[in-house]
Ligand binder design. Sequence first.
Ligand code: ZN
Length: 339
Amino acid sequence: MISFSDFLPQGAEIGAIREQIRKKRLVHALLITGEPGTGKKTLASLLSNALMCKDNSDIPCGVCTGCRLASSGEHPDIVVIEKGKPLSAETTKGRSAIPVDDIREVIRICSQYPFEGGNRAVIIYDAENMTAQAQNCLLKILEEPPQNTYFFLTSSHPDQLLTTVRSRCRPVKLVPWNVSYIVKILTDAGADPEKARKAASVSSGSIGNALRLLSDDEYWETRESVMNSFFRNAKRSEVLTISTGWKDRKNDSDMLFSILEDDLHRLASHRFDRPENDDISEFPDSWQRFADKAPPERFTGLNDRISEARKQTSFNVNFQAIIEQLLLAFIGEHDLWVN
Ligand SMILES: [Zn+2]
């Protein structure tokens, strides 16, 4: 669904890697970093698949045995290591991390000629999960990588890797995706454009988040309730009715507070940060004016109120009363800056 060329807007280094695959000059180890959901795993897997193509092209032909095996996830020369998935029966212990046994097994595999006679790719997902011993063991093979063997490490926390491991890898940093690009990817995959736009706008630039949200009906239902309660219908005269509606929904409180935080974040960043990434047209006009007028500390103030509400919920304060207070805080701010 997502292709290599989708990554090109991520920056020049992706184009450079593509060029290196074409010229058979790819470095032996890449460390792909970035926030969760920026496509690190997808990129590692696309790169590995490209290396398996018998055509030796940066765009896999899709029809050769190499491509077919790779896309079915069964290519014997793509070795995937991740926490919780033992590489072989002998490496089952210590699964709370990636144990040194997994890396020893990789070294053993890499000492043999690739099954298909071409390249070999070793992917280590969330590489920071390697124990220090595992990392030190990996270091040996990174220092003298076997011919035609390529390592792809992914990590959202590269600072947790040994410096020595980091320094052996070429860094590739993925950044949060542009909203319009996420919308394109979602709609290309068949998503309803309106829903895709909404999912993208609350995805924090993560395609993974956007995809998860798309199919989460409970989320959309709660989101609509939050929009109605705190923005569309929020008036002093409605506080009792609205808070009564939430009274028995304490179980949804986590989702409610996160959606509300997210709404505030969108209103704020529309003005202060990246207007192109935050479409606020679904908010009522008066809240859009609030977004244009209110100083930053007012957004922070409302955020503090949400944190307070969260804390009170965990202390078992009456949930309806919490919602009432929060509503009044939102209405108060709104009226102060809009009327
Ligand atoms: Zn191919």
